[in-house]
Write a protein that binds this ligand. Structure first.
Ligand SMILES: *[C@@H]1O[C@H](CO)[C@@H](O)[C@H](O)[C@H]1NC(C)=O
Ligand SMILES: *[C@@H]1O[C@H](CO)[C@@H](O)[C@H](O)[C@H]1NC(C)=O
Ligand SMILES: *[C@@H]1O[C@H](CO)[C@@H](O)[C@H](O)[C@H]1NC(C)=O
Length: 389
């Protein structure tokens, strides 16, 4: 250990002498195979909410029945129309120079009515096309199974995460995904931010199905002091069931699994000690702007650039200090439907004009490309996706 530490220290000293102090961090400071990517989630970008056999999800129903619960009253019916434009979006990823892409699978597209309703082959086909398109560009898929959305039917039948029956539903959904995509997907995340799901869904009631009780809020029903714990228990049991099935039936020698979102240097070092060097992936880190900011601020997003530059610098330091971090995903590739904020906040590396679906690279997209490819390349600059191209 000491020997390798001193070797690392020597390398750092050598770099400090060769390289001017003000030099910006770049990709070469990260280990080979480190995943740099951008992330999205199904409901936030796909649109096509009733196409090709997809069932309604909890967010479809929530946004339609309670538009007053969304800041701008809008919904994800169309969102980024990624379902139809995924090929263009894969090209945007390629132009950035990322080697991984984090996205989620819409449960209601795969199992429109849950386990009993059968598998929707067109849903499987969509994710097959996406995964194959990514691999054709050398981009590794990093898949989230549950990013806040579930088939509305399961909300009705089990009261969502409150009913124990949802555990077998989730295990089955995960199994269908492992079986269908596992030959091309090595990285799986079961749940995105389960702590937020239980809090926003069952304590504050701002996510479907609007459950809470005073003093936390006035909802259609619910119990803010009890339901979050019931839901957390069922989510943990669902996660465990999916992991057990994965380990017993699908895991290969190379697979990564553990994902710890939103941790940076001190947090990473803590996780590193606590979990004894288990590989960590930063699956989500992003900077938001209000949609009503000026065009100049939205496009020349220097604060977002500085934000990511800062995190990436700390991350490289944590890695030099021995943290076993293996990936960093910027939230998000494209402006999208941001849950209860609707379209009134923007996190994208790409600005999206939701009237035309044009994607325009922000300064942050240019910065990320330069960081990843080591050059500011005017001909190879982040591609724009125009409505008519
Ligand atoms: C932008 O919108 C937010 C949220 O509605 C609001 O708080 C803010 O004052 C607005 N800013 C401007 C410059 O209009
Ligand atoms: C972007 O904004 C910064 C200040 O925030 C300014 O220095 C820079 O010139 C601007 N870049 C462009 C391309 O407008
Ligand atoms: C710029 O990017 C393009 C497309 O990615 C590539 O073909 C070209 O070689 C790059 N030019 C330089 C000077 O690196």
């Amino acid at each position: 250990m000491a020997a390798s530490c001193s070797r690392i220290a020597l390398v750092v000293v050598a770099l400090a002498i060769i390289v001017p102090a003000a030099r910006a961090v770049d990709r070469t400071e990260f280990p080979p195979g480190f995943l740099f990517g951008a992330g999205t989630s199904a409901y936030q970008i796909e649109g096509a909410y009733l196409e090709d056999g997809k069932g309604l999800c909890n967010w479809d129903v929530f946004t339609h029945t309670r538009p007053e619960g969304i800041m701008d009253g809008r919904n994800g019916d169309v969102a980024d129309d990624h379902y139809h434009r995924y090929m263009g979006d894969v090209e945007l990823l390629e132009s950035l120079g990322v080697n991984s892409y984090r996205f989620s699978i819409s449960w209601a597209r795969i199992l429109p009515r849950g386990k009993l309703g059968g598998v929707n082959s067109e849903g499987i086909a969509f994710y097959n096309r996406l995964i194959d398109a990514l691999w054709q560009k050398g981009i590794e898929p990093f898949v989230t199974l549950n990013h806040f959305d579930l088939p509305h039917e399961l909300e009705t039948r089990f009261s969502g995460w409150l009913g124990a029956g949802i555990r077998e539903e989730f295990r089955y959904f995960a199994d269908v995904c492992f079986r269908s995509f596992g030959d091309r997907v090595r990285f799986w995340t079961t749940f995105n931010e389960p702590n937020l799901v239980t809090k926003f869904t069952y304590m504050l009631g701002v996510y479907p199905p609007n459950h809470c009780s005073p003093p936390f809020g006035n909802c259609n029903g619910g119990d803010s002091l009890r339901e979050p714990y019931v839901a957390a228990h069922n989510i943990i049991m669902s996660h465990a069931a999916a992991v057990r099935n994965y380990k017993e039936n699908y895991q290969t020698a190379f697979s990564g699994y553990y994902v710890v979102p939103q941790a940076m240097e001190p947090a990473i070092m803590y996780v590193n000690r606590r979990y004894k060097g288990t590989p960590v992936y930063i699956t989500e880190n992003g900077y938001s702007q209000w949609s009503n900011a000026s065009k100049e601020e939205l496009m020349n997003d220097t604060e977002r650039v500085n934000y990511h530059k800062g995190y990436v610098t700390y991350l490289s330091k944590a890695i030099r200090n021995g943290a076993n971090v293996r990936g960093y995903f910027i939230w998000t590739l494209l402006d999208n439907f941001e849950w209860m904020f609707g379209f009134s906040v923007r996190y994208g590396l790409y600005h999206v004009d939701f009237d035309t679906q044009e994607r325009i690279p922000r300064s942050s997209a240019r910065w990320y490309q330069e960081f990843l490819t080591g050059q500011s390349n005017m001909t190879g600059e982040p591609r724009a996706w125009r409505a008519d191209s």
